[in-house]
Design a protein. Structure first.
Length: 189
């Protein structure tokens, strides 16, 4: 019985809507067209510019970038990372590590936000970063056996070096900082 009542009520509602449409055919259509036109307005507002672009770390061949996110009237969908004027990556978050860089080279970076409609923000601040220089290898390395378990190693200084790592079989055994001579005492087989 309840099912028949629901079907009857639904049928009555459909008939009422049909009568309203036949009596005033243009009104619902105009309202629909107006609502559709309002919804169909294209998104022309660009996101705000990303800010506070910084380098969190750098190596000889990488630079880790981070920035504060942008705001948009709909939604920011991605960030374009630029090296000068060239987009080098598009990312979804607010950080990116640039890889494959040349040691001791200055790079200029900036970031722009993009929304779903393709609107692009103004640039973030310009950030200049110089990758770390290549590590020079000491020259004139001389190893002199003092005994069966002691070797003295000496070398020519490297300009700009703040210290040296002495390795034996891939393990660091010493780290002299201000001289170019080091005595290794170890059992050598």
């Amino acid at each position: 019985m309840v099912m028949k009542q629901h079907k009857s009520i639904a049928a009555i509602l459909v008939l009422l809507l049909l009568v309203q449409f036949l009596s005033f055919p243009s009104i619902p259509i105009l309202q629909y067209q107006k609502a559709y036109a309002e919804e169909a307005q294209p998104d022309t507002l660009a996101p705000t510019a990303p800010s506070d672009l910084v380098s969190l770390s750098k190596t000889q061949s990488t630079v880790e970038l981070s920035w504060s996110g942008s705001l948009d009237n709909i939604c920011v969908t991605e960030y374009d990372v630029y090296s000068r004027v060239t987009v080098i990556a598009s990312v979804y978050g607010t950080s990116y590590t640039v890889a494959g860089l040349t040691p001791g080279t200055k790079y200029d970076f900036m970031v722009k936000a993009r929304d779903a409609a393709g609107n692009i923000s103004e640039s973030s601040n310009l950030l200049s970063v110089t990758t770390l220089a290549s590590v020079a290898v000491p020259t004139n390395i001389i190893a002199t056996a003092v005994s069966s378990s002691e070797i003295t190693v000496s070398w020519s200084a490297v300009d700009g070096a703040s210290g040296y790592d002495i390795e034996v079989d891939g393990s660091v055994v010493g780290q002299p900082r201000d001289f170019m001579r080091y005595k290794i005492i170890q059992t050598f087989i």
